[in-house]
Ligand binder design. Sequence first.
Ligand code: ZN
Ligand code: ZN
Length: 203
Amino acid sequence: MKVKQTKMEKRYKQTGYYYAKYYSVECPKCHKEATVSHDGSYWGWKNAELKCLHCMHKENRADLLLYEVTVRRNCPDCGKQISAEINNLKNPPKEMNVTCPDCSFSAKYTTNISSYRLVNKLNGMKGDPLFNYPLWLQGEVKRNLFWAYNREHLEEIRSYVDAELRERQSLYLMTMVARLPQFIKEAKNRDDILKKIDILLKR
Ligand SMILES: [Zn+2]
Ligand SMILES: [Zn+2]
């Protein structure tokens, strides 16, 4: 396959943005293909969405942001330590009522607020960087995990793997290749990778 360098550089400008713009992932509800997307801005990244066109399941990344409030201090009445915490809150209160377990003195105290994000746990699979749901396009090649963010990305990898050695010198390919795992760059894996890519493209 021979592709003119100018054409490829142009494609890079479009698809280089693509990689981070949307991700094909496995829907957490129906386990079919869903899409994680955002508009590329800071707020868009925070408000990234998962949408599944198979079961219509939707998730917003902003909903994964939760708060924990804690009160740790000494009881003003008896001096013993009191401690209380509530987590998984969407709207953390600035104050909360705590009753001392020793003397039963009850008062309203200022809370310490901290935030955290719920992250999906994966078992040795590659997830998208926003929700960490398993990428739809992934599989093993000679015990290496092979993956792509989306179909365009997969096509780019195929262009690279399929290309003649001299074409690998182009700036476009060098830039893209820097992001690929080493085993994809090894000539001896070429046929196995191309086979895997063709299987994944039909998923
Ligand atoms: Zn679904
Ligand atoms: Zn007390």
